[in-house]
Design a protein around this ligand. Structure first.
Ligand SMILES: Nc1ncnc2c1ncn2[C@@H]1O[C@H](COP(=O)(O)OP(=O)(O)OP(=O)(O)O)[C@@H](O)[C@H]1O
Length: 252
């Protein structure tokens, strides 16, 4: 039987009077690749922030690898379990690429060691290996701001390879890329995590990419799970209802 890595039980969250998530429950097994879809405001980012331990739920239980998320408050403990990749990539534009890649060790090392990490040849090797995997070895010493959006997303991926967490969460990681580069990043991302059996949870606006690159799709609407299905079971009529404007939903 598959081993679970994430268990969510009746997770709820509201902001002032607005219910962002209401009573979500699901289990995610180690090594699953999941796309999170749903209309704007459905609660995808809120759910990813709760999964990342950045936001606390109001109620419900969140178990990460069998332990409550409250056990992962310390950054060095959490960073071994969970890595996050954002739409803006969170890179420091003025630094060389290698420094941004080694920032993947920030949780483990703390800020000072990360800063002086360039003095250690072994760490250069770590960075070089990760940059090679994402096809950017020749940009190791380039200033990050000189790279294109797609290349910067690859740097963020290399940083995750260095961090090597068990679970990778990505909030709209390809929203700012053109279709060819978006697909390039998604296929690279899903291939790289396969090798290490990492669990991947990615929010996407593109249903097409969700179906093509992910084996399971969790759809949110109005803070609730609208469906949670293997990608091949997601039909056009389910999707039409998921994205229907209020009062427009049809049967089927
Ligand atoms: N910090 C906040 N303060 C107040 N309301 C918030 C906050 N964060 C989210 N919300 C509300 O909670 C709901 C869910 O928002 P969330 O950002 O999780 O949706 P989303 O599915 O990620 O949307 P999008 O696809 O547009 O990014 C929305 O109604 C949003 O306005």
């Amino acid at each position: 039987m598959s081993e679970s890595i994430i268990k969510m039980n009746n997770i709820a969250k509201h902001f002032e009077r607005k219910i962002a998530l209401s009573s979500l429950s699901f289990i995610i097994n180690k090594g699953e690749h999941i796309a999170l879809i749903g209309p704007s405001g459905a609660g995808k980012s809120t759910l990813l922030n709760i999964l990342a331990g950045i936001t606390n739920a109001d109620s419900g239980e969140y178990l990460l690898d069998g332990k409550s998320i409250v056990n992962y408050q310390k950054r060095n403990i959490r960073s071994r379990k969970i890595g996050v990749i954002r739409q803006q990539f969170d890179l420091i534009a003025s630094l060389p690429v290698i420094q941004n890649v080694l920032a993947g060790k920030l949780g483990e090392w703390g800020f000072f060691k990360s800063l002086i990490s360039l003095l250690f040849p072994i760490e250069k090797e770590t960075a070089a290996r990760a940059l090679n995997q994402v096809g950017l070895l020749d940009k190791m010493y380039e200033q990050t701001s000189r790279l294109s959006g797609g290349e910067q997303q690859r740097v963020a991926l290399a940083r995750l390879l260095v961090q090597n967490p068990e679970v990778i969460l990505a909030d709209e990681p390809v929203a700012s890329l053109d279709p060819a580069r978006a697909e390039d990043i998604l296929s690279l991302m899903t291939e790289l995590v396969k090798d290490k059996k990492q669990t991947l949870i990615v929010s996407l606006h593109s249903v097409e990419y969700a179906k093509k690159y992910f084996s399971r799709i969790i759809a949110l609407r109005d803070g609730e799970i609208f469906f949670d299905l293997p990608s091949e079971h997601v039909t056009d009529s389910l999707l039409a209802n998921l994205y229907a404007l209020k009062g427009e939903a049809k049967d089927g």
